[in-house]
Ligand binder design. Structure first.
Ligand SMILES: CC(C)(COP(=O)(O)OP(=O)(O)OC[C@H]1O[C@@H](n2cnc3c(N)ncnc32)[C@H](O)[C@@H]1OP(=O)(O)O)[C@@H](O)C(=O)NCCC(=O)NCCS
Length: 149
């Protein structure tokens, strides 16, 4: 099935929905509801929602505008919507907004064990630029990836 994904900005009133989506997408690796909701009050952070319809978001992206650089903090898609291009659409939404805002480069950290996410970023042109050892609480490494915009 080919879905025309819609991507739109989320606001403070969507904080509970973001927490729900994030818990669904990440399961045991969730940031936790309070940390997720802080995305809406953190400086220069933007939350995008995505889905087949604006009445029912099925994925999200959180990114930070650091002037010449943009940092992707997290992207997630609920299980039922995976594999249909929504992750790619959310990533494109972030890159487009970052470009419009004047960013020249986008970077992110991704769990070295997370092959689907690394593939998503590589497919969009990101390349590995470093490794942060024992970055995660469970001792796992993070791969740093970057893309020139
Ligand atoms: C990573 C994630 C956001 C991908 O979302 P998605 O909507 O399923 O991704 P898409 O359907 O848009 O796929 C885009 C590309 O990602 C890659 N990809 C996605 N899922 C993949 C999988 N299971 N295995 C390998 N590559 C995968 C592919 O390169 C794919 O392109 P292709 O279909 O043309 O080959 C989703 O799996 C997810 O929410 N995972 C849990 C949360 C997470 O780990 N987020 C990343 C944190 S940095």
């Amino acid at each position: 099935m080919i879905v025309e994904w819609r991507i739109w900005p989320a606001g403070l009133e969507d904080a509970d929905m973001l927490a729900r989506l994030e818990a669904l997408a990440f399961g045991g690796r969730s940031w936790g509801s309070d940390s997720v909701k802080e995305s809406f009050v953190a400086p220069r952070v933007t939350v995008l929602f995505g889905g087949a319809s604006e009445t029912a978001p099925q994925g999200f992206a959180v990114w930070r505008d650091l002037g010449p650089e943009a940092e992707i903090l997290t992207i997630g898609v609920v299980d039922e919507a995976r594999g249909g291009g929504l992750g790619r659409a959310l990533l494109s939404g972030v890159l487009e907004a970052a470009r419009l805002g004047g960013a020249k480069r986008c970077f992110l950290e991704v769990d070295a064990r997370n092959a689907p996410a690394q593939a998503l970023y590589a497919r969009a042109g990101f390349a590995q630029v470093g490794v942060r050892q024992r970055y995660y609480r469970d001792g796992g490494d993070a791969v740093v990836m970057a893309l020139d915009l």
